[in-house]
Design a protein around this ligand. Structure first.
Ligand code: B12
Ligand code: SF4
Ligand code: SF4
Length: 362
């Protein structure tokens, strides 16, 4: 997500480690294409589905946002407005030949990390979108050139667009009531990416954003959001109340956030994991690392010990927030305080493994 400034740093690290080369060698498995969209299986768990949209459509995205803003539904929160100010609805000036945007949904499953703390193993979730395990930008770019454009040298440039809206308008995705997008075969467990290209594609779908049909009669995400961001009487979430807005950053988390709201090492899974549409993907959580007692203590104390810091960074090298150990430590403390371990073997299981099948409120 473009609201994660530390990821660029991480990408450079994994590129240097040769991860991109490995992905490149295993690419082009399971390719199935149309002229203006398709699905690509890259192996190693990197899969994406894509559509092409002419750049002439992009002004409509700006108009959509402005129209919704005029309804008063879009939060005035300063951090959030800062993210929105980063959008650009036309290609970069030095790419005047750009004709289309290729928008991709890249499969990206949830992860979990085990932290050993005071003799107990705590399994802490990491939501999709925070790891480059399956979505390294370089590998995705390489795949777009090779498998979408058929030219390893083709010029592509990343977009600065509201990619959920773009994906929903071109039929790649549908919005859920939780305001995130869902894609066939991936649920909401995907990352969205977009690239300008000088290619033109045959005209494809283009329509107002559509709602997931399963949302009709369901209110699981509304009930499970720990801070009441999602309301019955308005579609756009109250972003200023979203836990993610605060725990992705190092500034202090506002006092009004309920201590019980914290449920992931970063971000929040409460409007995704219990969603019935994600049920079929619930078993795909991968365990990323085991952080031992000493390392956990170092994290909780603010990440100062150089030796332990290096060892945690090495363990989390495949996880995209290695540069942010101080605020990850803060988040970890909040998660541990929010849900103390239950008996059994002492492992604190993720609180959202199998979705929520409880009936919707009428
Ligand atoms: C800013 C931002 C945030 C902010 C604000 C989130 C928000 N909802 O706007 C914060 C930090 C809080 C955040 C949180 C999260 N984010 Co974020 N975020 C972004 C970012 C940079 C822009 C999002 C945006 O455009 N917001 C503006 C609002 C107004 O747009 P919107 O939500 O699409 O709203 C539209 C609809 O509501 C529609 N609409 C209005 N009425 C109606 C009615 C109907 C019926 C319909 C269908 C539509 C509709 O109109 C609105 C405007 O067009 C994108 C990356 C990007 N470049 O796009 C990632 C992105 C959206 N985030 C992402 C993720 C994963 C998350 C989290 C799930 C992280 C987590 N917790 O684990 C949460 C989800 C919170 C939530 N429920 O929305 C992914 C989403 C992937 C997906 N499956 O959808 C993105 C796309 C990053 C990526 N590249 O993959 N994020
Ligand atoms: S939990 Fe229910 S209402 Fe929310 S996004 Fe999923 S299907 Fe839609
Ligand atoms: S990410 Fe968490 S806090 Fe934000 S809307 Fe979803 S459930 Fe609510």
């Amino acid at each position: 997500m473009s609201c994660h400034p530390s990821r660029r740093e991480f990408l450079q690290q994994i590129a240097a480690a040769g991860v991109l080369m490995c992905l490149g060698r295993s690419a082009a498995l399971g390719r199935q294409q149309g002229e203006g969209g398709g699905t690509v299986g890259l192996g190693l768990g990197v899969d994406f589905t894509w559509r092409a949209v002419p750049v002439s459509r992009l002004a409509e995205l700006r108009d959509d946002l402005a129209r919704v803003d005029r309804t008063g539904q879009v939060s005035d929160n300063e951090i959030f407005r800062g993210y929105l100010a980063g959008f650009a609805f036309s290609p970069p000036e030095d790419f005047p030949g750009a004709r289309s945007v290729i928008v991709l949904a890249v499969r990206d499953d949830p992860l979990e990390i085990v932290f050993q703390h005071r003799g107990v193993r705590h399994v802490v979730p990491v939501p999709p979108g925070y790891s480059y395990l399956r979505t390294p930008q370089g590998a995705v770019e390489e795949a777009v050139r090779r498998d979408v454009l058929g030219d390893p040298e083709a010029r592509i440039e990343p977009v600065k667009l509201p990619v959920k809206l773009l994906a929903a308008r071109c039929g790649l995705a549908r919005y859920g009531r939780n305001n995130i997008t869902f894609v066939d075969g991936m649920g909401s467990y995907h990352a969205l990416r977009g690239f300008y290209t000088d290619r033109s594609f045959p005209a494809g779908e283009w329509h107002p954003a559509r709602l997931l049909r399963q949302c009709k009669g369901c209110d699981v995400c509304i009930r499970r959001c720990p801070t009441g961001c999602i309301a019955q009487d308005r579609f756009v979430i109250d972003v200023g109340r979203c836990v993610t807005l605060y725990n992705e950053r190092s500034e202090p988390i506002p006092d009004w956030v309920d201590p019980a709201a914290h449920n992931a090492l970063v971000g929040c899974l409460r409007c995704q994991a219990p969603c019935p549409v994600n049920l079929e993907h619930a078993g795909r959580t991968e365990r990323l690392a085991e952080i031992d007692e000493e390392e956990t203590a170092m994290l909780l104390e603010g990440g100062k010990d150089a030796r332990l810091k290096a060892s945690v960074e090495e363990k989390l090298a495949r996880f995209g927030l290695v540069g942010d150990l101080a605020h990850l430590g803060r988040n970890l403390r909040l998660v541990l305080e929010a849900s103390p371990p239950a008996g059994g073997d002492g492992a604190r299981a993720p609180e959202h493994p199998a979705g929520d099948r409880s009936p919707a409120r009428s």
